[in-house]
Design a protein around this ligand. Sequence first.
Ligand code: 6PG
Length: 239
Amino acid sequence: MQKVVEVLGSREELIERSLAVVLSKITAAIAERGMCTIAAAGGSTPEPLYRSLATQDLPWDKIHVFWGDERYVAPEHQDSNQKMARLVWLDRVNIPAGNIHPMPTGAGDPAADCRAYQTELQQFFQISDGEVPAFDIILLGIGDDAHTASLFPGTAALQVRSALVTVGNKDGQPRITFTVPLINRARCVIFMVAGASKQPALAEIFAPAADDMTYPARLVQPEGELWWLLDALAGAALK
Ligand code: 6PG
């Protein structure tokens, strides 16, 4: 694993730097393998990055967009990660509909939808049970509680090793989430973190020793590159 930690200035500078890194990884993936697979993060931090991506002249037919986690709501629900990304990004670029791979949330059974997404991943990457595909880019954020994706502190999802996708649990609310093994197979994981409220979580995530079950983002140790892009407010935790 190669780890890069950059503390930028403002939130805007964080987004600019994130865009530059993402674009470089997209370009490299397409040059090397003819396509790029990217898993989007939810939450508010990446939204301006998605808006910026929508202004880029990219070979969208070679880019496949997945999600690293999803709230268990309908795609048109205001809390949907898919809804946000389509609104500010995917509806604004000429990407084929088949290149967009949302996490299903319509079965009325989160475990069933997890199995459906796992099947979609296996078919897309042409892999069998037990194999773990390598995404070119996985975008992540962290919560104030050091969760990432929908891997929340103390939940069973943190320990799932035999699946690619599992049911997350936020205060009793189900989520669909990538598992730790799938995240850690990535060629490049990029955390985007902004705001002073993230300082306590970052201090524990970067501490030499702390409990991974309490601070789940510590579990992200990808085979490829690990980028931490922080604004100054969040990055103050590392001083
Ligand atoms: C989600 C995200 C989640 C997010 C963090 C940070 O579905 O909410 O995947 O893991 O990245 O909660 O959210 P903010 O960017 O809004 O601080």
